[in-house]
Design a protein around this ligand. Structure first.
Ligand code: ADP
Length: 485
């Protein structure tokens, strides 16, 4: 059964019980009050009748010292006739409780007589056929005799009113329950709307529509639940997107890897086949062997780089306080041999948190790339200008950390390529990169190393003007989840 139906049903049960009990109590209260009033009137009437009887007995001729039965009957008959339409119902009994006079229609038994004496009045409510009566009994002291007067007052009207009251209340209850049910259906439908929207959202998401969100239409507990559900859905969608991106990146990586393997392998196999199947002169043999050697070397370099990337991916950060001066001194020494390139170093002394060897690898890669990009003198200023072949390596405090940048005035990178070049095997100009022994793995390695330093590469570049690769390192120990980007 639907939750809204359960809500309607339970409300109906409560409403029915409340209406039933209150109706019963109300109708019964009215009935009891009316019956009490009727009983009071019946008792008053029987007192008046007994007084009237005693007064009539005083007028009996003096010859009787005791009221004879015949006079009793006579007075009783007169009293009976004195009632409203149809006369009164009464019965007279003597001191021995023998019946002396009975009105026709006075049908009840003599149950009250034994309970009544000279000093007490008694009454009861009785049912005779389809009618109800208040049956009273009082004593009369008339001319040296004690008599008992019984009366029957018809109170059927009070009972009929009660039956009518119940019947009316039943009808009112049914109408109210039906109206209440219709109203409750609307209310339940309104109250359970957030649940329906949530169900719809879960179904949509289960069917693969991860971007679908439940509409939040209230601020109560159900509204909060919807909010929490949407937050959970956001987190889920983010994780799924990340996973999808990761799968896509892995597939891309596999494709590019296979492709990069194929080129040197084809050359190696081709030249090796030539060597074993043809008798070639010495010069050609040396040339073939040389191709096999250089392509083999390329493969070896690629496999080392890949290994470095895999190691960097799995590496736990072991950051230590390192003097920037030492780092720059190492770089200066390393590139001192590169006379054809004007590499300029400028830095502010600082102590930075890093894993020195890894950051050295990043900088060597970036400087290498900058040198390669500057080699042709493709800068806007052209060869021979002040900045031709210049590579600037700088370090200074910035953005709450320490920024190291490698800037060149070389060929630059088209804007559309800038966010792709950190992907493994990506090369802007493949033949140019391969001619310089590149395999598109250097920046991918840099990105992985910077990831474990909670940093990332920032690339600013303009075609024909040059590029600037920079990254931020921390000058204080990093706390969990903290990032400097
Ligand atoms: P590679 O081994 O080919 O240098 P990288 O991952 O280091 O691989 O670089 C990827 C590509 O990004 C390079 O092939 C090159 O096209 C481009 N690139 C990297 N650095 C620069 C730079 N400073 N100027 C212009 N292009 C660059």
């Amino acid at each position: 059964m639907k939750f809204s139906m359960k809500l309607v049903l339970s409300t109906m049960i409560v409403l029915a019980l409340a209406l039933g009990f209150s109706g019963f109590y109300f109708v019964n209260y009215v009935f009891e009050t009316s019956l009490e009033r009727e009983v009071g009137q019946a008792l008053d009437e029987s007192s008046i009748l007994s007084f009237a009887f005693e007064t009539a007995a005083l007028n009996v001729p003096l010859k009787y010292s005791v009221l004879p039965d015949s006079v009793v009957e006579e007075i009783a008959s007169k009293l009976e006739m004195g009632g409203q339409s149809g006369g009164r119902l009464l019965r007279i009994a003597d001191e021995e409780k023998n019946i002396l006079y009975t009105s026709s229609g006075f049908t009840t038994d003599e149950g009250l007589l034994p309970q009544t004496d000279q000093h007490t009045k008694s009454y009861r409510v009785i049912r005779a056929q389809d009618s109800f009566y208040v049956h009273t009994c009082v004593s009369i002291n008339a001319l040296n005799r004690i008599l008992y007067l019984e009366t029957m007052k018809d109170v059927t009207g009070v009972f009929t009113e009660r039956a009518l009251g119940f019947s009316l209340y039943r009808k009112v209850t049914i109408v109210m329950l039906l109206t209440g049910m219709v109203v409750m259906l609307f209310i339940a439908s309104f109250l359970t709307k957030p649940i329906r929207l949530l169900t719809q959202a879960t179904r949509k998401m289960a069917a693969g529509d991860y971007a679908y969100r439940a509409r939040q239409i209230s601020r109560d507990e159900l509204g909060q639940l919807t909010g929490d559900f949407n937050r959970m859905a956001n987190a889920l969608e983010e994780t799924i997107c990340k996973l999808e991106e990761e799968i896509e990146a892995r597939e891309e990586f596999m494709g590019a890897f296979a492709h990069e393997l194929k080129t040197p392998l084809t050359a190696i196999i081709g030249y090796a086949d030539m060597l074993r199947s043809h008798k070639m002169d010495e010069e050609k043999s040396i040339l073939s062997a040389n191709y096999i050697y250089t392509e083999g070397k390329r493969l070896e370099a690629m496999s080392f780089r890949l290994l470095d990337i895999i190691v960097a991916k799995q590496e736990e950060a072991n950051l230590q306080e390192t003097s920037v001066g030492e780092l720059f001194a190492y770089l200066r020494e390393m590139f001192a041999e590169k006379k054809e390139q004007d590499i300029r170093f400028a830095y502010e002394e600082a102590v930075v948190w890093m894993e020195e060897n890894l950051i050295k690898t990043v900088l060597v890669n970036l400087i290498d790339n900058a040198c390669k990009a500057s080699e042709t003198g493709g800068g806007a200023d052209g060869a021979g200008s002040d900045t031709a072949g210049v590579v600037e390596v700088s370090g200074k405090a910035a953005d709450g950390g320490y920024r190291i940048a490698v800037k060149d005035y070389g060929i630059g990178i088209p804007e559309a390529e800038q966010n792709k070049i950190v992907k493994a095997f990506y090369m802007v100009d493949k033949s140019r990169a391969r001619s310089k022994n590149g395999a598109g793995l250097g920046l991918a390695l840099c990105a992985e190393i910077l990831k474990i330093h909670h940093s990332e590469l920032q690339i600013e570049s303009k075609v024909g003007e040059g590029s600037c690769f920079s990254f931020l390192l921390s000058t204080h120990e990093k706390r969990d989840g903290e990032s400097y980007i």
